[in-house]
Design a protein around this ligand. Structure first.
Ligand code: FES
Ligand code: FES
Length: 155
């Protein structure tokens, strides 16, 4: 069975018929061609597939496309505006918050959501918020520094 879904992705309205079992990550990557969203574990553990649904972090590997009906989805491709990277993107670049980059779109979207919720988080608050986003490469220090320095306006 398929369901008719209408939602916004990065400000653009999309309407499509999706099989009722189609995962949001597959719709985003394969139907919409937005391959910035990465598949890691596929079971809701690693955070690589994080996107924002109405501003809240969701694991797109666990969310059905049908559940996104009526939502505003933001992927990593939607953070920059008019060719200008969002502050958190600049922060990750400036402070080296990535290595291989697989976890990075999810890390950046999670950090963006944090700073929307709490513009000047403590180090402990950053760690607690980001605990659902795993990274095999960086050792986390650079990710935390990137978020902290972005929050301080030093990007
Ligand atoms: Fe979705 Fe790991 S790929 S949480
Ligand atoms: Fe490689 Fe995080 S930068 S997994």
């Amino acid at each position: 069975m398929s369901v008719h879904v209408r939602f916004q992705v990065n400000g653009e309205v999309h309407e499509l018929d999706a099989p009722d079992s189609r995962l949001l990550i597959d719709t985003i990557r394969y139907d919409l061609g937005l391959t910035g969203t990465k598949l890691g574990c596929g079971v809701g553990v690693c955070g690589a597939c994080t996107v924002l649904a109405d501003g809240k972090m969701v694991s797109s590997c666990l969310m059905l496309t049908a559940m996104a009906d009526g939502s505003e989805i933001t992927t990593i491709e939607g953070l920059a505006h008019d060719g200008e990277l969002a502050p958190i993107q600049k922060g990750f670049i400036k402070y080296g918050g990535f290595q291989c980059g697989i976890c990075t779109p999810g890390q950046i979207l999670a950090a963006h959501a944090l700073l929307q919720d709490n513009p000047r988080p403590s180090e402990d608050e950053i760690k607690e918020w980001m605990m659902g986003n795993l990274c095999r490469c960086t050792g986390y220090y650079k990710i935390i520094e990137s978020i902290d320095r972005t929050a301080a306006g030093e990007v």
